[in-house]
Every structure is written in structure tokens, then in C-alpha cells.
Write a protein that binds this ligand. Structure first.
Ligand code: SAM
Length: 234
């Protein structure tokens, strides 16, 4: 296959932009410890210099295959494929790469989902496709991984998607506070590695070092994430 590894010599020089060929990505993801995490649908991955998604797109394909293998019905698959998707996070500095990253993730999700849901003799559920877009836009961020900020200087914010039974709770945290939470002994080791997010805690709460940003999202069904309903103040 003819893969484009570099776009221009200038971009290589200014941003170190060299894309990883898919066969290398596959080889790297084939390591047993990575495969174990791929088979754990909610185990998170962060690609801190995501480019156009060489790693994230392949991770998504493999996690969706796992989601299918763990699902006995369309209802379960609808939930499992969104759980798989919500575990993948990326940061990329260049705006045009982020646009491609988001588009590649949406295209990959849609293609796998439309193909896989047919296994259950069901038509694609539009709520799943719309919720997938919301998750992808929340998890793929333009920004500087080293400074923890976006191009306008505001903090990079990520959403944690925690299963609550068959429902989901979305909570936002700054990238900075997630790194502080992981600390020196967490699985976040340095900004050039593939990282686990939200490591070392089952869930965040108000007593942890990481403080959720406001407002809070209401607990909802996974397929209703697209509504982005907020918790009522009480
Ligand atoms: C070597 S490429 C790798 C891209 C992708 N991970 C892959 O394997 O194809 C590095 C990417 O990191 C981005 N990048 C460079 N510095 C960055 C920073 N401080 N924060 C986020 N992304 C950055 C570049 O724009 C480029 O797309």
C-alpha cells in the first residue's frame, strides 16, 4: 500500500511530523501487554502526538472487533462499541492534522459499526453514530502536550466516560490535573509515550486531587451521549 509518511520537509523540521506506517503500528500493538489492554474495552490509551491517527485508528479497529466478540445482542454491541471508542484519546498540535484525525476516527467507527451491526440483523442506530461523533470530538484535542494547553492558551480538557451499570457518567478534567493525579508512580511516564489516562483510580471524585470542571453531565444511556444533557442543579 502507498502510505504517505511525510507531507513536507518543512513540517518534518518544524514539528517532527513523520507518520508511522500501518504495518509498524500493527507490529507495535501486537505486543502482549498492549493486546491485553485492547481486550479490556475500557482500558484507556492516550496518543500524545497523534498526527492523523495512525495508532488511534488501528486501536479503534481492534477494540471494535473485541466489542463485537463480547456482544451477544445489538443492544450490547451498541453500548460496547461506544465504551471501546470512549477509551481512546489523542492530542495533536497542528490544526489540519486534528481535522484529519477526527475525520479518520469518525470514518473508521462508522465503517466498522455499520458492518458489525449487520451481524445482529439490525440497521445502524443513528443515536450510536451521533454519540460516537460527540465522544470523538471530546477525546481528540488540538493542543500542545508539553504545555497542556490549546492554541488559544486555554487548558486541554478531557472527558472521563465511566460506566455506571449500563449507563455512563461523563466528567471533564483538565489534562494538567490528570497528569498530577497520575503522579510519578502512575502509568503516565512521559509525554512521548503512549499513555494510560485516568490511571490508578477506579473513578474520580471530589476528594481526589483532580477536580472535575463544571458543569457536570447527567448520567445517561451510552446511546444518548449525543444529547449532552447536564446534571440539574440541586
Ligand atoms: C512523528 S509524528 C507522529 C504522528 C503519529 N503518532 C504517527 O505515528 O503517525 C509527531 C506528531 O506530533 C505532533 N506534535 C509535535 N509536537 C507536538 C506537541 N508539543 N504537542 C502535540 N503534538 C505535537 C506533530 O504535529 C506530528 O503530527
Amino acid at each position: 500500500m502507498n502510505e504517505k509518511i511525510i507531507k513536507s520537509a518543512d513540517r518534518v523540521k518544524s514539528n517532527g511530523e513523520v507518520f508511522t506506517p500501518n504495518r509498524i503500528v500493527k507490529l507495535m500493538l501486537a505486543q502482549p501487554e498492549i493486546q491485553a489492554k485492547i481486550h479490556d474495552l475500557s482500558a484507556t490509551f492516550l496518543e500524545p502526538s497523534a498526527g492523523e491517527g495512525a495508532f488511534l485508528v488501528e486501536l479503534l479497529k481492534q477494540k471494535m472487533a473485541v466489542a463485537l466478540s463480547k456482544s451477544a445482542s445489538a443492544v450490547t454491541y451498541n453500548r460496547n462499541c461506544l465504551i471501546a471508542l470512549s477509551s481512546l484519546y489523542g492530542i495533536e498540535y497542528l490544526e489540519d492534522n486534528v481535522e484529519m484525525l477526527v475525520m479518520n476516527m469518525i470514518t473508521t467507527f462508522n465503517q466498522s459499526y455499520v458492518q458489525d451491526i449487520a451481524n445482529f440483523d439490525k440497521k445502524p442506530n443513528q443515536r450510536v453514530l451521533e454519540s460516537a461523533k460527540v465522544i470523538i470530538r471530546a477525546n481528540m484535542k488540538q493542543g500542545d502536550t508539553l504545555k497542556h494547553t490549546t492554541s488559544d492558551g486555554s487548558p486541554i480538557i478531557f472527558s472521563e466516560w465511566s460506566s455506571r451499570g449500563r449507563m455512563v457518567q461523563r466528567t471533564e478534567y483538565t489534562f494538567e490535573s490528570i497528569l498530577a493525579q497520575s503522579g510519578p508512580t502512575g502509568t503516565v511516564q512521559n509525554a512521548s509515550e503512549q499513555l494510560d489516562l485516568f490511571a490508578g483510580t477506579d473513578e474520580f471524585d471530589d476528594t481526589s486531587k483532580s477536580k472535575p470542571t463544571k458543569p457536570r453531565y447527567a448520567i445517561c444511556n451510552w446511546v444518548d451521549i449525543y444529547k449532552q444533557e447536564l446534571e440539574s442543579e440541586s
